[in-house]
Write a protein that binds this ligand. Structure first.
Ligand code: I3S
Length: 128
């Protein structure tokens, strides 16, 4: 394990560009509004940043830029959701609070990596 794995700085698991839309808030359906988002998986959270062009994995540091929103993965559910969009490679993330997001990439291998990585975090939290 890395030097900080038992410290207070959460570990950065993954970062990258995905298309994102929120489709429900507290169980209430929302109108889709797809936009590119810089997505960072750190600790137990999925954090979304605007302005993906100004972000790179190496430039991301806590406090470097303000997140647009953040999702607690504890108790969350992740499923493939190609039925919910005309786009390909779509998955749906649902939080315990009933917020739902679609995440999408044109690159199948990329969304599969994200799917597996997020799933692993959710499974780890389920076992805690
Ligand atoms: O599930 P929907 O309602 O067909 O989603 C589409 C709409 O949100 C559409 O915007 P309008 O609200 O202006 O119709 C978006 O432009 C589309 O991208 C949405 O569908 P996809 O299949 O791209 O998720």
């Amino acid at each position: 394990s890395s030097p900080d794995s038992e410290g207070c700085t959460p570990e950065l698991e993954k970062a990258g560009l995905l298309n994102k839309t929120k489709i429900a808030e507290g169980g209430r359906k929302l109108r889709k509004n797809w936009s590119p988002s810089w997505v960072v998986l750190v600790g137990n959270s999925l954090v979304f940043f605007k302005d993906p062009k100004s972000q790179t994995p190496s430039s991301w540091k806590p406090g470097n830029s303000r997140p647009e929103s953040s999702v607690d993965l504890r108790g969350a559910q992740l499923n493939w959701a190609n039925d919910l969009s005309s786009k390909k490679n779509v998955c749906k993330l649902r939080t315990v609070t009933g917020n739902e997001f679609l995440l999408q990439s044109e690159t199948e291998s990329l969304i599969k990596e994200w799917y597996n990585t997020i799933k692993n975090v959710i499974d780890r939290l389920d076992r805690e």
